[in-house]
Design a protein around this ligand. Sequence first.
Ligand SMILES: Cc1cc2nc3c(=O)[nH]c(=O)nc-3n(C[C@H](O)[C@H](O)[C@H](O)COP(=O)(O)OP(=O)(O)OC[C@H]3O[C@@H](n4cnc5c(N)ncnc54)[C@H](O)[C@@H]3O)c2cc1C
Length: 379
Amino acid sequence: MPVERLLPDQDARDLIELTREIADKELARRVDEHERAETYPEGLFGTLGAAGLLGLPYPEEFGGGGRPYEVYLQVIEELAARWAAVAVATSVHTLACFPVASFGTQRQRERWLPDMLAGRIVGGYSLSEPQAGSDAAALACKAERTESGYRITGNKAWITHGGIADFYALFARTGEGGRGISCFLAPGAADGLAFGRPEEKMGLHAVPTTSAHWNGALLEADRLIGEEGQGLQIAFSALDSGRLGIAACATGLAQAALDEAVAYAKERQAFGKKIIDHQGLGFLLADMAAGVDSARAMYLDAARRRDAGLPYSRQASVAKLVATDTAMKVTTDAVQVFGGYGYTREFRVERYMREAKIMQIFEGTNQIQRLVISRHLAR
Ligand SMILES: Cc1cc2nc3c(=O)[nH]c(=O)nc-3n(C[C@H](O)[C@H](O)[C@H](O)COP(=O)(O)OP(=O)(O)OC[C@H]3O[C@@H](n4cnc5c(N)ncnc54)[C@H](O)[C@@H]3O)c2cc1C
């Protein structure tokens, strides 16, 4: 049964219908094969772009969908319920567009956004480094001024869509300390830029995660986004929005696990009745459903605040924390509902459990979300 959504208007209902159609036709059909073989779904992001799903929350003036965040996130949730890796990469692409859309000059927006938002080019977000993850202000990759722009030297880590993306929101050091970090729109191919082999991950196998090695690659001056030294501010405000994307991914993943667990529990018999009719198991499913509904409510609350122009940073962290912890619990419980079969690759729930784990880690670990929330409380 599809989730019954409270959507603001008919346009939003049509968009969700379109997303479900694409999810059924393009994602559900291909997900098992690509996740097992660890192969990239060539052409799929082109299809998502052509359907208008890669620029949804950005202005129509530059080719975006002009949709409220509340609606965009429900699209991400629908994609994640079919294929978490694709939903995560879509959310990361949206994150990678944020610096140009929110901090770029009019000229930069006109030059780059139409291709980015139409999905003709796909983006990655390159903040993390081997020695600087949670502590992003400790990053070391350098951007040194040249006569015509910047020379980039250093190592970046953990880039979703690394080596495949056409552009990267790149954060590099132009000075000392937290105020010495700047944001660049870097091309995906440049002399002096090389990518590592895809990491051998626990899940999200179909979309590669790689390191990047900048060996003196040159960027033109107009690839600086915002002011020199404004990078960390740009990175963090992008992440407030990005975290909501991850909360929506986690909610979709948890919904998929719940749906499969309920369907199984209505079929499987033990002690002469369906296992859903054993109260101990029925209550487990009830807790899973309560968790999924709460996760959705949390991200929608934050999104509606964002859409209304209100501060939403604390709510974004709460949503990311609640939704991803819920996804971990719900997917683990789904394996339990399937009993021994849940522990095999014959059923999707074991994959869901592996995929849920990363959601507690990237775009700020859940310890870092607690740090953000507690700092808000201490103000
Ligand atoms: C599959 C995958 C995809 C990713 N995609 C991207 C991407 O596209 N772009 C990108 O830039 N990065 C990406 N990342 C990186 C990710 O955001 C980092 O892994 C994450 O921020 C944590 O950083 P770290 O791994 O260096 O862990 P650390 O920062 O070393 O943390 C280790 C542990 O210490 C805890 N810890 C650290 N500081 C504190 C503190 N102050 N208080 C309490 N606990 C603390 C953490 O919560 C964690 O449990 C990705 C990572 C993975 C695995």
